[in-house]
Design a protein around this ligand. Structure first.
Ligand code: FAD
Length: 362
């Protein structure tokens, strides 16, 4: 009987498992497939800057914890497992439009380093083509290679003594026990549901839903910083590869596949933004299912009516950057400590009050 049984081995479940094991808990993680092969594998790994000490909202505080802790956490994973997760500060340019007028003020109040650029200055930094919006240089924007990070996390969990049960799906929680698809009942001191886009069905509570995102990977001359234009972006990997994302398709449900129109749209965006990419070759394309929520905020906290059952799901476009802050709070809650970030706005039975504008989209 583990102290904590975690359902879902994506970035949220595995980072939480690692933190809990390091805090002295015995932890078991159950995933219905292999670990870290869903949204956490598919994502772009953009890590915008942040500052937990000056963030105005709990969601920006969670992101700020990620910005601050990712460098040391990446080094810790590398020292423990020998796996480099590809974390690097590459800088970014965010193109803001008339809808984003308050964003620079939020960055300034958080103490995020940014520089407003003229169109010419932006073109001196990057080989830009047609771009809409005002360019803002973000010196501290970073990135991580998702598949590498997930491999490192799985290996770190194993080294920390976490029991890893791949291909072991859960059906739900009944009569005080976790019921696995193979009929086994698992009892634990605490349970954490972290099953990404699949969490609502498991918890039998409405809330999280899939939002498909497609990505194309190109090989060829490109930009050197992350370029962010609304919901679309280019992420240069530094080894001749550039990731182009992404679509946002809630209407696709659980259908995890690319479409010709989706990829064509991304390629057109890439060529418009950086014309040199017209000569790039398409190396790969894929789709992932983001765990969406009605107000774009994650669900983190106890499940009403079940005091030893918790949820951490619905991180939508930002689960990588929110993973460390979420795991920190999950660890505090499950170990009986007061959470270092206010969770009232993240609990399952919160009153939905429209979208809280975060300082970054992804
Ligand atoms: C195209 C795309 C681009 C993105 N870009 C970024 C980005 O640049 N930066 C950023 O911060 N975020 C980004 N995201 C969002 C981020 O990837 C997600 O928010 C994050 O991966 C969610 O992690 P998770 O662990 O909750 O879910 P997942 O990674 O989906 O993990 C859930 C796990 O639960 C398991 N599971 C499901 N059902 C069961 C069951 N019944 N029993 C047991 N296990 C089960 C699944 O197999 C899976 O392994 C992007 C996402 C996509 C799709």
């Amino acid at each position: 009987m583990p102290d904590v049984a975690i359902i879902g081995g994506g970035i949220i479940g595995l980072t939480s498992a690692y933190f809990l094991a390091r805090a002295g808990a015995s932890v078991a993680v159950y995933d219905r497939c292999d670990f870290g092969k869903e949204a956490s594998w598919a994502g772009a790994g953009i890590l915008p800057p942040g500052n937990p000490d000056r963030a105005a909202t709990p969601i920006d505080k969670l992101r700020g914890i990620g910005s601050r802790r990712f460098p040391a956490f990446s080094a810790e994973l590398r020292d423990l497992t020998g796996i480099d997760n590809g974390y690097r500060v590459c800088g970014g340019i965010e193109f803001l439009t008339a809808e984003d007028t308050e964003v620079p003020g939020v960055w300034a109040s958080e103490g995020i380093a940014f520089e407003r650029l003229s169109a010419d200055e932006a073109r001196k930094l990057e080989p830009l083509g047609e771009v809409e919006g005002e360019p803002f240089l973000l010196h501290d924007c970073a990135q991580v290679r998702n598949p590498w990070h997930m491999r490192a996390l799985v290996a770190a969990c194993a080294k920390a003594g976490v029991q890893l049960h791949a291909n072991t799906g859960a059906e739900g929680f009944a009569d005080g026990a976790l019921v696995l698809a193979n009929g086994t009942r698992v009892t634990a001191w605490r349970y954490l549901f972290a099953a990404g886009a699949w969490s609502a069905g498991l918890l039998r509570a409405p809330g999280v839903f899939p939002v498909r995102g497609q990505i194309a990977l190109l090989r060829g001359a490109s930009c050197s910083r992350v370029l962010m234009l609304g919901k679309r972006y280019l992420v240069p990997r530094g080894d001749g590869l550039t990731l182009v994302g992404s679509t946002e398709e809630p209407e696709a449900g659980f259908e995890k596949r690319t479409t010709p129109e989706g990829i064509a749209g991304l390629l057109a965006f890439a060529r418009r933004t950086v014309p040199a990419l017209a000569h790039a070759t398409l190396e790969a394309s894929w789709a992932g299912l983001r765990p969406g929520s009605p107000d774009d905020l994650p669900f983190i906290g106890p499940v009403p009516g079940a005091p030893n059952v918790f949820v951490a799901a619905g991180h939508f476009r930002a689960g990588v950057q929110l993973s460390i802050g979420t795991a920190q709070v999950v660890c505090e809650l499950l170990m009986g400590h007061p959470p270092s970030v206010a969770i009232e706005g993240f609990v399952l039975d919160r009153k939905l009050s429209g979208l809280v504008k975060s300082a970054f989209r992804s």
